[in-house]
Design a protein around this ligand. Structure first.
Ligand code: ADP
Ligand code: ADP
Length: 227
């Protein structure tokens, strides 16, 4: 579904050049659960940003369902991101003046094939928090709202940058289980940057990065076989 061919990204800040991605080749299939591991500064966020069209590549090609991302106009890119991609970050980014339901609804506004919000609330175990405001919820609950929000538009891919970074073990586990369930049930492709080895164990594929390069791709055969 997603293919990267010889993708490189160089940041230029004044005279300083940083080669954040060096000649990356990668294929991501529909329904895969992918984890990206690597030390700080190894290019994980940059990889996520170029795949999701948030940042441009310096050279190389990225195709998404047959479309060449690098050839889309700014407006087409916005539309593409809106219709096909979901995002979850370490910060929950919920709007404090809106209820849980309204926050999730915001995620599906303007999109072509939204999922039922009450069904999503049930999936993430928050049916009875429907009319509460974010400040009335725990961190784990808020992150579950942002998971539901990212899924509300039924995206092809959900990109997660350290989704459990601010959570304790119990809440992290809950978020992981939800992501795994959504991945299986909706065949949503999930791409996660994490230091959490628990997430890595659930992955179909673990991509290890170092200094802007993919150093290893580990395919979890037992998980594939279990499907
Ligand atoms: P981490 O992966 O450790 O959470 P980040 O991905 O946020 O950290 O950043 C990794 C490195 O990239 C840091 O050294 C940070 O200073 C640098 N960095 C991130 N964003 C920018 C930026 N907009 N301009 C310059 N450097 C940046
Ligand atoms: P990671 O997510 O693995 O921590 P990043 O992708 O954030 O790594 O960063 C990779 C490299 O690119 C780092 O050396 C970082 O300092 C640099 N970098 C990231 N974003 C920027 C930016 N906007 N401007 C300049 N350098 C950046």
């Amino acid at each position: 579904m997603i293919t990267l061919n010889n993708v490189s990204k160089i940041y230029r800040t004044g005279d300083i050049e940083t080669r954040a991605l060096k000649d990356i080749n990668l294929t991501i299939d529909r329904g895969e659960f992918i984890v990206i591991l690597g030390p700080s500064g190894s290019g994980k966020s940059t990889l996520l940003n170029v795949i999701s069209g948030l940042d441009s590549v310096t050279s190389g090609r990225i195709t998404f369902k047959g479309h060449e991302l690098t050839e889309l106009s700014g407006e087409e890119l916005v539309e593409f991101r809106r219709d096909h991609l979901g995002f979850i970050f370490q910060q929950y980014n919920l709007l404090q003046v809106l209820t849980v339901f309204e926050n999730i609804q915001l995620g599906s506004d303007l999109c072509r094939r939204p999922l039922d919000i009450d069904e999503l609330l049930e999936k993430v175990g928050l049916s009875n928090a429907r009319n509460k405001y974010p400040h009335q919820l725990s961190g784990g609950e808020q992150q579950r709202v942002s998971v539901a929000r990212s899924l509300a538009k039924n995206p092809d891919v959900i990109f997660c940058d350290e989704p459990t970074g601010a959570l304790d073990e119990k809440n992290s586990k809950q978020i992981l289980e939800i992501l795994q369930e959504l991945n299986t049930e909706y065949q949503t492709t999930v791409v996660v940057i994490t230091h959490n080895l628990g997430i890595a164990e659930m992955a179909d594929k673990v991509i290890k990065m170092n200094s802007g390069e993919i150093t290893e791709i580990i395919t979890n055969k037992t998980k594939k076989a279990a499907r």
